[in-house]
Design a protein around this ligand. Structure first.
Ligand code: SAM
Length: 304
């Protein structure tokens, strides 16, 4: 009853969206210091950069192969794209190989740890401690890892190999312990927007670099606001990054001597790119309205 009321309230609120189409500001030139990072053309998974999810990236054998390996049937969903983006970035940097050490944050029940372990990686998967996850509702919605068992639910990795390769511990992304160091790669999917503020998420990305060896790769996906470069969604529970926040992050990371790739803000314009989902959300969407904001997913990676 309460959840239907909440859904109805959200639907009513979204009757007056701030935008239903990606804004023209996405095509504005980036700050001078980022000009050499400006991508041209449509984003592709064959040459990954910082990019938004688009329908075109979901066509072809590369995307299909990862979906098959992840045993996910939703396929044309931005959440699945986020996992594929992370896997493809790591593959292109030679990280999905025997003996490479990976650290996952806010892992929930995602299939990535199992898939990486099946490819020979040694994984430390982490998530919020159980009591806080229960308080924040992650437990109730089956979005919290809770332990090792949930991470290989789909039996993606042979259970013996999984037991040898994957460890689990709780970790607050707002307070990464100092002993989490020396990894080849770190990742998070759909988690850093839940750290309490825009700045907390950005600081998390910066601090996740401390966990890497030189030459290591950090890859993260999060929420991006397509409708405005002005006032965005920022609540304790969820935030959505604007073009200017992403550009600011790029400058911060470059300033610290890290390497970032080309940045592409193209939202795509195929049929599926033009569909905007509203509450109650359907299974397959790339763009959706949340609290009147038009949101999508963005993938980011940084090399130390
Ligand atoms: C939307 S779920 C995403 C789960 C998983 N990464 C996926 O892609 O399916 C958000 C995750 O972030 C975790 N989370 C939220 N706040 C966190 C924090 N402060 N530290 C660590 N994890 C956090 C939640 O427990 C949950 O697992």
């Amino acid at each position: 009853m309460l959840s239907s009321l909440k859904t109805a309230a959200r639907a009513l609120y979204n009757l007056y969206p701030i935008a239903t189409k990606p804004g023209d500001f996405l095509r504005d030139p980036m700050p001078e210091a980022l000009r050499q990072h400006e991508a041209s053309g449509e984003p592709s998974l064959n040459r990954v950069g910082w990019q938004l999810v688009t329908s075109a990236q979901m066509e072809g054998p590369l995307y299909e192969r990862w979906c098959t390996l992840a045993r996910d049937t939703r396929v044309k969903h931005r959440k699945v794209w986020e996992w594929v983006y992370i896997l493809e970035v790591l593959k292109q940097h030679g990280m999905l190989a025997e003996g490479k050490r990976g650290l996952g944050f806010g892992c929930g029940t995602e299939p990535l740890s199992a898939l990486m372990a099946s490819m020979g990686c040694e994984i430390l998967a982490t998530d919020l401690d159980e009591a806080t996850a229960q308080k924040q509702g992650w437990w109730k919605t089956h979005q919290h890892a809770g332990g090792l068992a949930q991470l290989n639910e789909a039996q993606i990795c042979d259970p013996d190999l999984f037991a040898r390769k994957v460890a689990y511990r709780s970790c607050d992304m707002n307070a990464i312990p100092n002993d989490l160091r020396g990894f080849d790669f770190v990742w998070s999917s759909c988690s850093l927007e839940h750290l309490g503020s825009l700045e907390n998420g950005l600081e998390f990305i910066e601090r996740s670099m401390d966990c890497l060896k030189p030459g290591g790769v950090a890859v993260h996906t999060t929420e991006f606001n397509l409708g405005t470069n002005d006032k965005t969604l920022e609540t304790r529970a969820t935030v959505a990054y604007r073009k200017k926040d992403i550009e600011g992050l790029a400058l911060r990371l470059i300033g610290k001597g890290y390497k970032i790739p080309l940045i592409n803000f193209s939202p795509g314009d195929r049929m599926l790119d033009r569909v905007v989902d509203r509450p109650p959300y359907r299974h397959s969407h790339l763009k959706l309205l949340v609290s009147r904001h038009l949101l999508t997913s963005i993938g980011l990676f940084v090399v130390k």
